[in-house]
Design a protein around this ligand. Structure first.
Ligand code: CP
Length: 304
């Protein structure tokens, strides 16, 4: 992972399992209220989120606190980039003040990669444009494994706005690292992307794609990334791609449903499905903390 966590390009199956095994230990400790040594109390983490976030930013923050790390979450409307400073100069300023771990979310693809190249502290990609959201993929995999440990033999159906989704891209990468042979991508043609890999099939028909699958991974529709006059007809989308009882019944009876959040209820999913017994969305949110603890620990250890 080269000291940073930007994507899965240099991540092995062993790296993934090591982080998730450690996350399991943290999860047990959190649930049983056990003491967790605050062993990184000389670390200061800055979280620079140039796009909105609830789960990622604050679960990294809570994870860091549990490890003894001090955190800075600047109000992005009060930083000196509004006076013309470049993003790199802002980050160099934080580094000179003693920040020694950085999480960054940015609307431009590869911005975290650029920063990681320029600065000598571990950088975590908390989501770059339509490109990668690797810590979300770790959480998604961890959640799937909780319910479906035979990962290689699962049929996993990713539904929604694939083309704009960094969550989908990172999830496909981590599932491929784990050897999943049946990954299905369901979306309307204008939101689809063709990966050209043999373990991935694309579908335009939701019921067909969901047929007999073990895991339904729903995506948020990302209208903020629509370009060139792309429009969303919400009713049409919900009627054809919205996850609801009628469509979900095509999956296996014991299929689980995940969604990274935030959810657009009534567009990509209805409330009774999002809050129903097959939904593991709350597990995903809860798992964000131990998974990100394990990731931070892994990075700090590999940088010492
Ligand atoms: N899943 C996810 O990235 O959620 P946030 O935008 O709330 O961080």
């Amino acid at each position: 992972m080269n000291g940073n966590f930007l994507d899965f390009e240099s991540t092995t199956r062993d790296d993934v399992l090591k982080i998730l095994n450690r996350a399991s230990i943290f999860k047990d400790k959190i649930e049983s209220n056990e003491n967790i040594p605050r062993k990184f109390n000389s670390t200061i983490m800055a979280s620079l989120f140039y796009e909105p976030s609830t789960r990622t930013q604050y679960s990294f923050d809570i994870a860091a606190h549990k490890l003894g790390i001090k955190t800075i979450n600047p109000n992005m409307q009060r930083l000196s980039h509004l006076k013309g400073e470049s993003l790199l100069d802002t980050i160099i300023a934080f580094h000179e003040m003693g920040v020694n771990l950085l999480t960054i979310r940015h609307s431009e693809n590869f911005m975290p990669h650029f920063i990681a190249n320029e600065i000598n502290i571990p950088v975590i990609n908390a989501g770059d444009g339509t490109n990668h959201h690797p810590s979300q993929a770790l959480i998604d995999l961890f959640t799937i494994l909780q319910y479906k440990p035979q990962i290689k033999s699962l049929s996993i159906c990713i539904v929604g706005d694939i083309v704009h989704s960094r969550v989908a891209r990172s999830l496909i990468e981590i599932l491929t690292i784990m050897g999943v042979q049946d990954i299905r991508l369901v979306s309307p043609a204008n939101l689809s992307t063709n990966t050209g890999t043999s373990n991935i099939k694309t579908y335009e028909n939701l019921n067909e794609g969901l047929q007999g699958c073990d895991v339904i991974a729903a995506l948020r529709i990302q209208t903020e990334r629509f370009t060139n006059g792309e429009q969303l007809n919400k009713n049409h989308y919900f009627n054809n791609y919205g996850l609801q009882a009628d469509s979900v019944k095509n999956a296996k009876n014991d299929a689980i449903l995940i969604h990274p959040g935030p959810i657009n209820r009534g567009i990509e999913i209805d409330s009774s499905t999002a809050d129903g017994p097959q939904s593991k969305i709350k597990d995903q949110i809860r798992n964000g903390v131990p998974v990100r603890m394990a990731l931070i620990e892994h990075l700090l250890h590999s940088n010492t």
